[in-house]
Design a protein around this ligand. Structure first.
Ligand code: CUA
Length: 155
């Protein structure tokens, strides 16, 4: 079989790019420790409402002045539905689901993760600008998906 010269160049180029990008992903994961914000901790999805800290979802203030926010996602709500923090607050969000996979996305911040039954996902954001932030589900989860949102007030 004869392969045209240009065809061979492109094949070589394509294979080389695959190796370069695989290498970059490996470098980011192992050398820079950049990983998806997921699967940090397990929780029984059928017992979320009895399992601390998700038995009392909401905000906790830490001794260093930052916050932790515990959320339960379920069709088609987030609990808590509203959260209020002072401007400048650093908030670490912990989220799980008690039924199906949901999304957990706060536009204009870097919070973008999934709420997965059985797992606790975690991300941190500092709310420097006051305002009302929307928390939306951006993973199709059923007929009420488009109504699944919550609010975060930064004052
Ligand atoms: Cu929950 Cu879409």
């Amino acid at each position: 079989m004869r392969i045209h010269r240009y065809e061979r160049w492109w094949l070589t180029f394509g294979m080389a790019m695959l190796l370069v990008f695989l290498g970059l992903i490996g470098f980011a994961a192992f050398a820079d420790n950049i990983n998806p914000p997921s699967d940090m901790q397990q929780v029984d999805p059928t017992k979320v409402s009895q399992t601390a800290p998700f038995d009392k979802p909401g905000l906790r203030k830490l001794s260093d002045g930052s916050y932790e926010a515990y959320y339960v996602a379920q069709v088609f709500t987030f609990n808590p539905a509203t959260l209020t923090v002072p401007a400048g607050s650093k908030v670490t969000f912990f989220v799980t689901s008690s039924d199906v996979v949901h999304g957990f996305f706060i536009p204009s911040t870097d919070i973008n993760m999934m709420a997965v039954p059985g797992w606790v996902n975690e991300q941190t954001h500092t709310f420097s600008k006051p305002g009302e932030y929307l928390l939306i589900c951006h993973e199709y989860c059923g007929l009420g998906h488009q109504n699944m949102f919550a609010k975060i007030e930064v004052r």
